[in-house]
Design a protein around this ligand. Structure first.
Ligand SMILES: Cc1ncc(COP(=O)(O)O)c(C=O)c1O
Length: 360
């Protein structure tokens, strides 16, 4: 069977050259005589992998000197807990922008550690837009945003003004997809399995001086300070996933870095949105100015048509297009690894489907 066009929201398609390189290096990584899966995380050769991966993150995202780059476990979901555990003072107070289920989960977790206020929300219209985020004047330990909402297909384009209040961002589904000014954020976190590599590692980029005194009862593995002190090697890290992140970031760098990546992503999303705007039967579900470059939800007039389309698409090699149950219909996740050609072919297929359904 040929490789399919995989529109999964995550774990997602990886760049083919990366998979090929990984397979070439599978049995014997750089004359070490072993696979990266088999080497000690304390070995020189693995230390070099860590160093190279961190340097790539720093170079691609322009990470300021006074920030730490961490490779942790537990997914973005563990960051929902670690952020309030480490950043909330006693008594704690944080402001959350509610733009979808992931931000709700993050806020719910924070409520266990202090007061959570919703700074802005788009819940009233099933999260189909990004709400206006007011300037932060109040005193708070941090403000939390989700820059790209994987399920609903929205994206924050105007980073809120938070003054001296640290800004924390869940970038799980749009990290490395476009240029950002990393210095505007006090802490960024992202699960790897969309744009960075396979599942199992979570990237955290944080201002080192952000962590204050946290209670001794907080488990050692959940303390940012410990991971900063040990350069993400307090315990055995997810070695192979980190190595894969390195290969993915080398691929991004070779393409020309985040500027080039952003251009490609805008081109891909443009092809799909232009078609959705002109189709008689397919419709996008998100307010135009808030559309994600990474996750594109769309619907047909009836559930029956959605089901029929998904079935035909799968048979034609376009897989994992089923939308999340809270939106319905379809969702095309077009992360960095999805080639322009994959989106073009999907649109050609949608056009053919529309023609066949001309009588609807
Ligand atoms: C924006 C966002 N945040 C958090 C998560 C949860 O990530 P994880 O499964 O790595 O805990 C996801 C998963 O899809 C996500 O899309």
């Amino acid at each position: 069977m040929n490789r399919v066009y995989n529109f999964s929201a995550g774990p997602a398609q990886l760049p083919e050259p990366v998979l090929k390189k990984a397979s070439e290096e599978m049995l014997n990584y750089r004359e070490s005589g072993m696979s990266v899966m088999e080497m000690s995380h304390r070995s020189k050769v693995f230390e070099k992998i860590m160093e190279e991966t961190e340097t790539l993150v720093r170079d691609l995202l322009g990470v300021p000197e006074d920030y730490a780059v961490l490779f942790l476990q537990g997914g973005a979901s563990l960051q929902f807990s670690m952020v309030p555990m480490n950043l909330m003072k006693k008594p704690g107070r944080a402001l959350y922008v509610e733009t979808g289920s992931w931000s709700q989960k993050a806020a719910e977790e924070a409520e266990k550690y202090g007061t959570v206020e919703i700074l802005a929300s788009s819940k009233d219209k099933n999260f189909s837009y990004i709400p206006e985020i007011p300037a932060v004047t109040a005193n708070a330990d941090y403000v939390h945003i989700t820059t790209n909402n994987t399920i609903y297909g929205t994206r924050i384009t105007h980073i809120p003004e938070t003054g001296s209040v640290p800004l924390v961002a869940d970038m799980s589904s749009n990290i490395m997809s476009e240029r950002i000014d990393t210095g505007n954020f006090a802490l960024i976190y992202a699960g790897a399995q969309k744009n960075l590599g396979p599942a199992g590692v979570t990237l955290v980029i944080m201002k080192k001086n952000l962590i204050g005194a946290i209670p001794a009862a907080v488990p050692v593995m959940l303390r940012y300070g410990i991971h900063i002190e040990h350069n993400s090697l307090y315990n055995t890290p997810p070695c192979y996933s980190i190595y894969m992140v390195k290969l993915v970031l080398e691929w991004v760098k070779d393409l020309g870095g985040l500027g080039a990546m952003e251009d490609i992503n805008k081109k891909k999303a443009g092809i799909l949105y232009d078609y959705l705007d002109n189709s008689r039967i397919f419709k996008g579900t998100v307010r135009r100015q808030d559309r994600s470059l990474m996750n594109v939800p769309f619907v047909l007039p009836t559930d029956e048509q959605n089901t029929q389309f998904l079935k035909k698409a799968e048979a034609a090699g376009f897989v994992n297009l089923k939308g999340h149950r809270s939106v319905g219909g379809m969702r095309a996740s077009i992360y960095n690894a999805m080639p322009v050609e994959g989106v073009q072919k999907l649109v050609d297929f949608m056009k053919a489907f529309e023609k066949g359904a001309a009588d609807v």
